[in-house]
Write a protein that binds this ligand. Structure first.
Ligand code: WTA
Length: 656
């Protein structure tokens, strides 16, 4: 990356950059492919300059590395053991310690200069409302919400479902649950009735926190009616707290539904609320995610390990500091929002920016406008958004002064080199490092990611994080040669790893620890190059990544078969220019039903209504049979190959 003097507003200098900078590394070894080296400025500013040294020592002493990180945070009492691996794969971290993630995300800052520093800046979709919360104010809001949740009878260990738009109250709600030791289960506000009901039911939540509605591209999403509809199937729910956001007419059921603003005025909301002293291994949250088969699984994370993992990864990979204005564009409903919009930045004492809307409404400069308006210093988003915005051309970002930025990041799916280069050139002014972070709901925090000083290759997340070792193996678990595609596995335990699938220990073992014994199965295929850099190719299971959102084929299929015309259905993901992957479906109609363009559209709408608009299939194709194995399993691999005109591979088990 070439160094540049700070450019002034709209005066981005036209400069020639050596696009392909291949130079010798410190040890005189040439790196292969196209490499972007850190600028002098990045090297000077970086707090950690020597990746190799720390990687080496963490590699030798994994527990020592994580213990040192944990020691940078506050604990009510310290651990007896850093890592307890006596019941593998049920690893435990910092056992015997007492802690609460909220103590580190809020309480401890109140004793320092951070007290009056901004924890959260928020802007509404229409840009007319702005709300700021210092750490002091954040504590006040979270305490109030915590008192209210307590008054609803919620006790330590009980689940609370949170289903809201991107408003500050969603952050208060998550932290308030954690503060009192309740387990939050956030459901993405873009999901609909079936998805929400399934998740509430599975978690047996007694309380739901929601909004009357949310704004999406100027339209209202009727969150409260979706909750009402879902609760018809969820007898566990006793109370619903409703935050007023869009001011639409909603049904309020006497005794069950309560307006948040009314509760705030009652004495129960007032006064101090002690931050609960939790065991390090006590559950912090569950987050449902799609796996290879069946219903979404509740991934369980804990207070101690998740706290240390999100803290350390953000500190090192983005070198985050108190005066940073950090913007993670993810929704709190996904793991990225949990770890890097809410917890990670606050544990690090930085300022997080949260924007209610999307990137291109009303115009495609909406995000760039926010960067300029708030002086965002680190911007972290998904490749799908970059590809979408790139389509509108350079003139939109160029209208804005983006010179406050010092680092960029991406997450969620592989970034194609073309999008990487556009991001680097146009948003990064040809000089900002792009931190490509590979991780999962299950990993809680980055597992493969560079630091700002790491030489970058467009499309690679570079190397595993300190203490982690990744490997590419074949079908039999044998490591493959460099540059060969295989299964990506992780070899070492890490503090923010999932502890189990909530309520289903057996599935946790089979899903993650059985295919390659002793190693964590990621579900991704990848390659490693000669420089030890990892290149993610994609999922090898039935997970589809649509615009970076993780969806399961099983959920789409079950939404389709819930339509009276459908007998059987199969869903697959196919490559899509902007979305990365799009959902294609194959439908077998019931006897007497006739295929038509109208019915196809009706089915697409049916999926959107039941599961959520993000799951709307790109295409519904009517077929008279589905390729199946003799045991009746749909061979999605064959459908995928056929749809793309590719060889069908081994079809010896096929029985149509
Ligand atoms: C994919 C999102 C390539 C991968 C944090 C993984 C990525 C899945 C990257 C997890 C990346 C995530 N490069 N692929 N930087 N980050 N993925 O649980 O397939 O929503 O297994 O977590 O996203 O998706 P999830």
């Amino acid at each position: 990356m070439a160094t540049l003097k700070k450019s002034k507003k709209s005066a981005k200098p036209k400069i020639t950059i050596k696009k392909k900078v291949v130079k010798a590394t410190k040890k005189g070894k040439k790196m292969s492919g196209e490499v972007f080296y850190p600028s002098k400025q990045v090297l000077e500013e970086a707090r950690l300059k020597d990746w190799d040294k720390l990687a080496k020592s963490a590699g030798k002493d994994l527990k020592g590395f994580w213990e040192a990180e944990a020691n940078e945070l506050e604990w009510f009492s310290k651990w007896k053991k850093v890592l307890d691996d006596s019941k593998k794969p049920f690893f435990k971290w910092f056992t015997g310690a007492k802690v609460n993630i909220v103590h580190n995300a809020i309480d401890r800052h109140l004793k320092t200069h951070r007290k009056n520093q901004l924890a959260l800046i928020w802007e509404s979709e229409d840009g007319k409302e702005h709300r700021n919360f210092s750490y002091y104010a954040m504590n006040r809001e979270v305490t109030r919400m915590a008192n209210i949740i307590k008054s609803m009878g919620i006790k330590k260990g009980e689940r609370v479902t949170i289903y809201m738009g991107r408003v500050p109250e969603i952050v208060f709600a998550m932290l308030a649950c954690a503060k009192i030791g309740a387990i939050h289960s956030v459901v993405f506000g873009g999901f609909s009735v079936d998805s929400l009901a399934g998740r509430i039911e599975d978690s047996k939540s007694k309380l739901v926190i929601t909004c009357d509605g949310s704004f999406q591209n100027g339209k209202i999403v009727q969150l409260k009616s979706i909750v009402d509809e879902s609760l018809k199937r969820c007898p566990s729910v006793e109370n619903v707290v409703v935050v007023k956001r869009v001011n639409n007419e909603v049904n309020m059921e006497e005794g069950r539904d309560h307006w948040y603003h009314n509760l705030c005025e009652q004495p129960i909301a007032e006064g101090k609320c002690e931050t609960e002293q939790m065991d390090s291994e006590d559950p912090l949250f569950i987050l449902y995610t799609s796996g290879s088969t069946g219903k979404p699984k509740a991934i369980l994370h804990t207070h101690g390990g998740y706290m240390v993992g999100t803290y350390a990864t953000l500190k090192y990979c983005f070198d985050i500091r108190d005066d940073d204005r950090w913007w993670c564009t993810a929704d709190p409903g996904w793991i990225t929002g949990h770890s890097y919009l809410v917890y990670g930045p606050m544990i690090n004492g930085a300022t997080s920016f949260m924007f209610e809307g999307g990137p291109a409404f009303p115009e495609p400069n909406r995000w760039w406008q926010c960067i300029e308006r708030y002086g965002i210093t680190i911007f972290y988003t998904a490749p799908t958004a970059i590809r979408g915005l790139m389509r509108f051309g350079d003139s939109w970002p160029q209208k804005h002064d983006l010179s406050s930025l010092r680092l960029l990041g991406t997450v969620g799916e592989p970034i194609n080199p073309e999008a990487w280069k556009w991001y680097h050139r146009v948003i990064g002014d040809n000089k900002l490092p792009i931190i490509d972070t590979w991780w999962q709901t299950e990993t809680g925090a980055f597992q493969i990611a560079p630091l700002p000083v790491t030489p970058l290759k467009p499309g690679s997340g570079t190397k595993p994080f300190f203490g982690q070792e990744a490997e590419i193996v074949d079908e039999n678990g044998k490591p493959v040669a460099d540059e060969t595609e295989g299964y990506l596995v992780l070899k070492n335990p890490w503090p923010s790893m999932l502890r189990t699938i909530y309520g289903d220990d057996e599935r946790y073992v089979t899903q993650y620890w059985s295919k390659h014994p002793g190693k964590y199965t990621t579900g991704d295929s990848a390659k490693r190059d000669k420089d030890g850099y990892f290149w993610i190719i994609g999922r090898v299971d039935d997970v589809i990544k649509v615009s970076g959102h993780r969806l399961g084929t099983a959920e789409v299929e079950s939404a389709l078969v819930s339509h009276p015309a459908v007998a059987e259905a199969a869903a697959i993901g196919l490559p899509h220019d902007i979305k990365g992957q799009a959902i294609y479906t194959f439908v077998l109609l019931r006897a007497g039903k006739v295929a038509s363009e109208e019915l196809a559209e009706e089915l697409r709408q049916h999926v959107a209504t039941h599961m959520g608009p993000i799951a709307r299939p790109e295409e519904v194709r009517f077929v008279d049979k589905l390729p199946k194995t003799r045991s009746g399993k749909i061979m999605r691999r064959v459908l995928k190959a056929r749809a793309q005109g590719l060889p069908e591979g081994d079809i010896s088990t096929l029985e149509e």
